[in-house]
Write a protein that binds this ligand. Structure first.
Ligand code: P53
Length: 476
């Protein structure tokens, strides 16, 4: 029973919209997050009602500066290299390359930024793992095309992907098409740059948008292989097994149905066609997905691996009384009943290392393609101690347990390409817009109102992770 092999990609993960800042710099266009405020309640509210995000002005928009990665990236990558990163998962900002999204030609200044960024990684032997669309569909496409509900987005995305694959041929090998593709169902503004309230049947709009992203993902996969057979393309799922609240078969069924909401996307991306159960779902919800005649063939271009984020599992019940009277965890956008066996983070997210092993075994049993844990981590408040150091033993404890669970999954026979903990340097939270919800090994001096020096410093977990990587997961 071997653990991690020598090729295992230890690293960390960030995304352009939460890391870069560089608002409008070098001709950058805007993305949905550029309209989202920082105050947690406001942010969640307008994420669900995007028309409010566009019509209102807020005091502070955290994405505009973010942690200024646009100017600090060299310093940051040097620190990642010091930890021994083998890879860095990051995203390209689509509106930095195509400011409106529908132009014929890319923005050369934007491309030059990524030339430098990738070269900096490669200089240290860090393999870039690149997400093409992480909550970053240009706002111009929201305003003029209703985002991903419009088939035209497929062409725009494929054009953008083609620019990426050609420009970074031989430099970038690992690509992810859409971050957390299943987030379209809960946060369509973030995931698909459209407002479901504009449509008579919002579920129809979501699944039509999903179809377009699935087509775009398959076309990008095909193209990536044509341009460079060395390319490895992944899909990306917000994962986390649904547990039934009891052994009542109705609860088991409810859990299965909830899992299928996410698997639906991966079924298409890995198996190359819509799953058989989708037909009943579409019929019962009176959904008619408009497809072109070539779509069936297009979807056959399936991905090489499954990237996924894992923060927690969920608990589900089929019993209306339980649902109405039970305590629900309120922290995560994927809601859940409380799990009495498990602790929660300060933001109410269930902490379940064993759930990672379970989730990975389920995914691998179902799909039999390599997995890549591209997000995992603990969002916590960090306060420096008297020596001015962040002694984040709680984060080390969280990550240690998850690395051990991951190793168990590897021993169970699950093929895993790598592990990139989320927010390896503190960045803006996607869900709350806060800076104070920190995930990093590296602290950034910045608060929720954007005040601070941007100075980077090592937390205790920095040295811990360095030792994990140096020992290839032996010394946790
Ligand atoms: P934060 C929840 C809400 C928004 C995005 O989340 C999410 C989730 C959790 O699944 O997905 C990912 O920052 C996402 C990242 C995000 C991370 O979770 O709200 O891919 O962009 O930062 C953590 O704590």
């Amino acid at each position: 029973m071997a653990g991690f092999d020598e090729t295992f990609l230890w690293g960390g993960a960030i995304a352009a919209n939460q890391y870069e800042g560089g608002y409008r710099e070098g001709g950058k266009g805007l993305g949905p997050v550029d309209y989202l405020p920082t105050k947690a309640e406001d942010r969640v509210h307008v994420m669900y009602h995007p028309s409010l995000a566009v019509s209102q002005t807020f005091d502070y928009y955290p994405s505009h500066k973010a942690i200024d990665g646009y100017h600090f990236f060299k310093e940051d990558i040097a620190m990642f290299a010091e930890m021994g990163f083998k890879c860095l998962r990051l995203s390209v900002s689509w509106p930095r390359i195509f400011p409106n999204g529908d132009e014929e030609e890319p923005n050369e200044v934007g491309l030059r930024f990524y030339d430098e960024l990738f070269d900096e990684c490669l200089n240290y032997g860090i393999e870039p793992v690149v997400t093409l669309n992480h909550f970053d569909t240009p706002m111009y496409l929201y305003e003029n095309y209703d985002g991903w509900t419009n088939r035209k987005l497929v062409d725009f995305f494929v054009r953008y992907a083609s620019v990426m694959f050609n420009r970074y041929k031989g430099k970038v090998k690992y690509w992810l098409t859409f971050n957390e593709i299943n987030i379209l169902q809960v946060l369509p503004f973030l995931g698909g740059s459209f407002d479901p309230e504009k449509f008579e049947n919002s579920l129809q709009a979501k699944y039509q948008a999903a179809h377009h992203q699935l087509i775009a993902s398959a076309l990008a996969t095909k193209l990536a292989r044509e341009i460079d057979p060395e390319n490895k393309i992944g899909c990306m799922l917000a994962a986390g097994e649904a547990y039934p609240n009891t052994c009542n078969p109705n609860d088991i069924w409810a859990a299965k149905m909830l899992d299928r909401e996410g698997f639906f996307f991966i079924d298409v991306q890995v198996r190359g066609k819509y799953p058989s159960y989708s037909q009943r779902f579409f019929e019962e919800n009176q959904l008619v997905i408009h497809q072109e005649k070539e779509d069936e063939e297009i979807l056959k271009h399936t991905v090489d691996f499954i990237g996924f984020s894992y923060y927690s599992t969920k608990v589900v019940s089929a019993d209306d009384q339980v649902l109405s009277s039970a305590e629900k965890t309120d922290g995560n956008i994927f809601s859940s009943l409380e799990n009495p066996y498990l602790p929660k983070s300060e933001w109410g997210w269930i902490i379940d290392p064993m759930g990672l092993r379970i989730t990975m075994n389920t995914l691998y049993d179902r799909y039999q393609v390599p997995l890549f844990v591209v997000e995992n981590g603990l969002g916590a408040l960090d306060e420096p101690n008297e020596q001015g150091i962040i002694d984040d033993e709680y984060r080390i404890d969280y990550l240690r347990k998850h690395v051990l669970a991951l190793e168990e999954a590897v021993k169970d026979g699950v093929e895993v390409l790598g592990y990139t903990p989320w927010g390896c340097i503190d960045i803006i939270s996607a869900g709350t817009g806060q800076m104070s919800k920190r995930y990093g090994f590296i602290h950034v001096d910045l608060d929720d109102q954007g005040q601070g020096t941007f100075k980077r410093s090592r937390k205790k977990s920095f040295n811990w992770y360095k030792q994990v990587i140096a020992s290839n997961g032996e010394n946790v």
